[in-house]
Design a binder for this molecule. Sequence first.
Ligand code: HEM
Length: 562
Amino acid sequence: RCQSSSVDDKPKPKRSLLDNASNLLTNLLSGGSLGAMPVAEGAVTDLFGRPLFFSLYDWFLEHGSVYKLAFGPKSFVVVSDPIVARHILRENAFCYDKGVLAEILKPIMGKGLIPADLDTWKQRRKVITPGFHALFIEAMVRVFTKCSERTISKLEDLIERGEHGQNYSIVDLEAEFSNLALDIIGLGVFNFDFDSVTKESPVIKAVYGTLFEAEHRSTFYIPYWNLPLTRWIVPRQRKFHSDLKVINDCLDGLIKNAKETRQEADVEKLQQRDYSSLKDASLLRFLVDMRGADVDDRQVVINIVLKLVSYAVYFFPHRANKSTKLHVLCKLRDDLMTMLIAGHETTAAVLTWSVFLLAQDPTKMRKAQAEVDSVLSNGTITVNQLKKLEYIRLIIVEALRLYPQPPLLIRRALQPDKLPGGYNGAKEGYEIPAGTDIFLSIYNLHRSPYFWDRPNEFEPERFSVPKKDESIEGWAGFDPDRSPGAMYPNEIIADFAFLPFGGGPRKCVGDQFALLESTVALALLLQKFDVELRGSPDEVEMVTGATIHTKSGLWCRVRRRT
Ligand code: HEM
């Protein structure tokens, strides 16, 4: 169901005998292990009839902000409280890993940052984060502009050639945003032009195939793909592995090329963070040129020593060398694959829902266009101009509030922990045993009636009105002064009631990249076109995997502005 129908309007699924029996069983099986925590009376139909996060929201209103959801012998703790979220994500972050999510993503992302275990994560995060410094992001604005202009030309062509008398064209903007975000991530992260806006290629098909499988795995409750032989027997698993090979070969080729074309002049420019004259400003170039020596080479040495020692025993030294190279290549490839997936669908979804919301509100659409007209001229967009696009930036964050990507964060307790008492939760907090699986519902936090006025309404302006609610114990309220100079409202300003990019040490590394990218793309689209939904908003149904997207596209009437 889409935004226009309020969460309360949604019909409650009818409970069947099977559901009730399953509830009884699950409560018996899981009862008591999490103390006095309320238990959601989930029914089997809740898990299949509609996106899971809707049911989690209903149970949140019914059971409070920390409750246990049990299905089968498995149970999850569902958290919708900023104090508890702050504890899990920031204050006691290293007590948790990614649990179920890592199990799903490891076959795709390997040891990339998102699924990485804590030891790997600590090492890799130090390597990746410096690549996203402010001057890199500024240099990326050129890439965002170039790719967005390509999308705009395509839309202009469609209108020109269209059957509606050169007046407008009916376009699935979700598909266009997906192509745009893929092109941007390709150029920004590894200087590879997918050019998916204008053509199709085996690599693009493989990327979409892999995303499709990741989504299937995240919504399928039995991990049948782990059973022996499935990768050869089940057709969709065979396709998945062949898609993965296409992407891995492409990424390995790009890494090899970046290593072979390393030039001292570029390294010097990167050392001085001088992106102005660099031909290739990608993250891969930075990682190979700047971090290659101090990370990969050290790993190479350690690995060579370890492997040589072990292989020497068996007199196979040549294998040691090959395996070491592969290991190093894999780590970098895993990180690139992670960013390709993490930075693609998420940004496309933000643009999709921003347009979906704006298209239903002509007044806000005109206000946004007026701002764009007053700030942008024809030509390159600068960061200074982006700073002046305040309303566009607020539209993006408000879309992220209403449609968080992903709607759930997943964690597993590595040790026993005690969750703090939170608003609407137990005063004393709950003890949780090691191994507890946790869903942090960002969707619930972002639409919580306890922290947001009119939580289901699209009101970008809400972020410019400071709200300090001292009445809620432990929650320090919404306060822009906490993060002075931030271009976009963030989790610090909202004291963890707003978590579009997570929070704490595992917060998204690409947040500023994604926000500026979305701002540029939306501004350029609104500068050129008026956009209306083709049908009623109710027809735009939601489905979820890792992100919230539409069931069959965001079909819009796109008209050239006069
Ligand atoms: C992590 C959201 C764009 C790379 C995350 C997390 C969220 C998130 C919520 C935290 C996950 C968790 O705690 O379990 C988003 C959204 C985006 C976006 C909403 C777009 C609007 C990007 C982009 C990149 C990226 C463009 C890279 C170019 C990553 C990586 C992590 C991550 C590598 C893992 C960080 C770590 O564990 O250290 N993202 N992301 N994301 N994101 Fe993003």
